[in-house]
Ligand binder design. Sequence first.
Ligand code: GLU
Length: 283
Amino acid sequence: MYRTRFAPSPTGYLHLGHAFSALTAAARAEAAGGRFLLRIEDTDRSRCRPDYEAAIYADLAWLGLDWERPVLRQSEHLADYSAALDRLIALGLCYPCRCTRGDIRAALAAPQETGAPGHAEAAVYPGTCRHRAMAERGPGDAIRLDLAKALAAVSDPARLGFRETGIRPGRYTIDPARLLADTGDIVLARKDIGAAAYHIAVVVDDARQEITEVVRGLDLFAATFLHRLLQELLGLPVPDYHHHRLIRDTAGKRLAKRDDARALARYRAEGATPADIRRMVGL
Ligand code: GLU
């Protein structure tokens, strides 16, 4: 049976982009006679707030959506993400990283490192801590995936693929060189909380919720190749993916949570109806 989810993080109020995502997912579930699930991605306790979570439920209900209860809240499953992380560590694919953002910027700005100073934000982690063993992990260290090792740990990474049903439909496979260049050694667990970060939690929970099609924004398209690799390493099932267009503001910029002017709650307070919201996002 078709199962999809909407997986917001309660770090701000839902905006038009979230409405589009949730409405798209729910419509696909309904058309397929399947299920629409909600997942609260609240692993980052420093940024999540209970009032934002309450607003998510209120906004979605106002839009006319319904979802299965109980809702999966990631903060209640941190041990599972740690277990998945431990598995990757046991496979020898992780290392502790003590670099600050400033360290990374400095390493990337050094001409001998990248030859492209000034592009530090877009560049991948330069691998400063890659030589460190997990046994050296200090209390403030993050944990990174050694992507080259992770790719080498699967027999033929270029055969790992997924089916895309969204705006760039087709069958996609991992291009190892491109993943190394575009994604690099991402952080799997942050230093400030012991828990695993987004990438692990998302693959563990898409499996837990038996998601058959992940519906989400095109901004996460590139991350899907990494998710595909993590699924393989962790022995998890592979859903289809449906990446949808992004809702942009009038200047063409993707909406962000801090963009309160576009918050659903604000439109609602100003008298907009759910039908108005649908029109605004082109549904
Ligand atoms: N929690 C993510 C967000 O709010 C969405 C993750 C996903 O759909 O995979 O951007």
